[in-house]
Structure formats: structure tokens, C-alpha cells
Design a protein around this ligand. Sequence first.
Ligand SMILES: *Cc1c(COP(=O)(O)O)cnc(C)c1O
Length: 217
Amino acid sequence: MSVNVEAYHSIQQVFLKQSVTLVAVSKLKPASDIEALYNLGHLDFGENYVQELVDKQAVLPANINWHFIGHLQSNKVKYIAPFVHLIHGVDSLKLLQEINKQALKNNRVIDCLLQVHIAKEETKFGMDALELSDTLVTAKQLPNVNIKGLMGMASFSDNQELVATEFKYLHELFTTHHFNVQTNAVLSMGMSADYALAIKSGSNMIRIGSLLFGARQ
Ligand SMILES: *Cc1c(COP(=O)(O)O)cnc(C)c1O
């Protein structure tokens, strides 16, 4: 078993005290690793690739909350729409409309987070502040999606000040748009390398992979 149980318990202890939800990022890791954490009582898992998620969902317990945290292509929404718990990386209105359509087909309302581009790098996906405002307005007319909050990825950098600035910016957008932790809104930001800073900056959902499952290939 390649799950770091000790790390899991110490992270969960800190997160529970601060009402932060831990999403265990299991991409590229075998189903047996997920099962090991599940057997400790963990239910929230994050995956990045549609086919991999569909394969794992088919063989793992039905009460797992599957978070899709990768870049989602519109033509693949249909494969995860029947069961996905929360889609983190919604970065266009077109994608949101497709999720709404597939959710309707499955007679569900799917919870979504809008991804905001906060990093300095060009490579990270997400909307800018204006697109975010526009999408939030249009989303009100889509009955089968529920915008639970926002998601972002900070720059991959040792510069703590830069990362903190990016997190603060996302938290500001979160409050500006009246997302409210008291109403169960979700601010998904922070991963293995920067989660402490993310929590300080107002995050209430952290996506952690390598600290729990070890480095990926
Ligand atoms: C892979 C991934 C993570 C987890 O990264 P770690 O550094 O292994 O904790 C978190 N969020 C997203 C969007 C990812 O793709």
C-alpha cells in the first residue's frame, strides 16, 4: 500500500479543525490506493482524466464523492454526468452549457466551480474576472447546474508572496460575488505545496495528491 496514512491523519486533523474539505487527488494512482484511504473513512477523491475516472468509479464503492479537477472537454461531459459530485474546472460558458444539458439528461443538478485564471503562467486554464461575472449571470438561466463557488491554481513557484497575492485575489472575487462559506459555498484552492498558505487566504477545499499518495510518474 502506497498511501501515507500518517500524513493523511495529520492533514485531516488540521483541516477538520478549520472546516476545510480534503480532496484526495488520486490521478494516475491505482484503485487500490483509493480503497486504502476509503477504508479509513475518506470519501472525497479527485481525478483529472475522464476515462480514468470512469474506470475507477465502476469498480469502487458507490458512495465515493468524485471530484473532477482536470481540464474537461465538452464532448466528454456525458461520461461523468451520471455520477460526478463536483466539477472544479469549469472555464467556459460553453462547457457549463454542456454540463447543464447532460445533467438534465440524467435528471440531476450538477454542482460546479468556475475556474479563475490567477497564475502568472500562460499555461493554466481559467476565466478572467470579466468572463467570471458574465458567466455567473448566464448561469442563473441554467437550471441543471449549481455554481457552488470558485477554483484556482496559483503559480508553481517558491515565491510565497506571489502565491499569497494570487490566492488573495481569488478570495476577493469569491467574496465580491457574494459566495459565502456560511451557505456552504466552496473556494477550492491549494495543493500539496501551498495548502497552508491557501487556508490562510480563505480556502475551504484543498486538493492534495502527492503528500498522500507519493509522487506521480
Ligand atoms: C494534480 C493536481 C492536484 C494535486 O497536486 P499535488 O501537488 O500532488 O498535491 C491538485 N489540483 C489539481 C488541479 C491537479 O491537477
